[in-house]
Design a protein around this ligand. Structure first.
Ligand code: MN
Length: 246
């Protein structure tokens, strides 16, 4: 079981979630929304081998926290994974898009400078601009577009750039999400929850529920969820190897 984009530190009781992860043997990428949360989340996770912590600066907080990009760049040599970073062009955040691009590209150039990183990237309402930025920084590392919600044409462009994708139960509840996920290259797909912001009924999704989304792909792919799960596990191995080989 793999949850490659989860906000462990934002659950009401993160330790209970980590215990559940241990019990079930779930592999998790714990993303952060500000670099100030990175050390604390690392401490919380401790020496758990299946949980990695990503260093992030979420585009939704860039308007208020853009100066923290300096802190992120300072911590980057110590961090193997970066996220959540990216751009948000939805109405609530459109005003800060230029600033978001400046911050995002500074992070991408710093990732290039340190030899590349695995990056979990937000692109809501701004896929084309995210891809433009990635095009300007081809050595930034492995870009994993989380909860992709662009057009089919943007998806094709992302695929041609070598992007990976993380898909989750909330995304695959919509026809559109299923359609996009069905067009992604299977050897570049990981699973995620984006919890605790996503829910199952009244409760936040849990990292060990990320594979639930694979049920939504069985029909389109003609592959059952057990096989799909094995493919995703194999993909995770390749991402981790690419990172440790840097
Ligand atoms: Mn997120």
């Amino acid at each position: 079981m793999i949850d490659f984009h989860c906000h462990i530190d934002l659950y009401p009781d993160p330790l209970a979630v980590l215990n559940g992860i241990d019990t079930r043997g779930t592999y998790v990428l714990a993303v952060t929304t500000t670099p100030k949360a990175w050390r604390g989340t690392m401490k919380l996770v401790g020496d758990r081998k299946r949980v990695r912590v990503a260093l992030g600066l979420h585009p939704e907080v860039v308007a208020q926290r853009h100066q923290e990009v300096a802190l992120l760049c300072g911590l980057l040599p110590e961090a193997r994974y970066v996220g959540e970073i990216g751009l948000d062009g939805s109405p609530a955040h459109r005003q800060s898009l230029d600033l978001q691009v400046t911050v995002f590209e500074r992070i991408l150039s710093e990732c290039s400078r340190v030899g590349g990183r695995v990056m979990s990237i937000h692109s809501r309402g701004a896929v084309s601009r995210v891809l433009d930025s990635l095009e300007r920084h081809p050595r930034a590392g492995t870009a994993i577009l989380h909860w992709f919600s662009g057009t089919m044409r943007e998806l094709e462009r992302a695929i041609s750039f070598g992007c990976w994708f993380s898909i989750g139960p909330a995304m695959l509840r919509s026809n559109r999400g299923r359609e996009l996920a069905s067009a992604m290259p299977l050897d570049r797909v990981l699973t995620e929850t984006d919890a605790p912001f996503t829910r199952y009924g009244d409760d936040p999704l849990m990292p060990w529920q990320a594979f639930d989304c694979l049920a939504g792909l069985e029909g389109a792919r003609g592959i059952d969820r057990i096989e799909l799960g094995k493919i995703v596990e194999d993909n995770l191995r390749r991402v981790v190897q690419a990172q440790s080989g840097r």
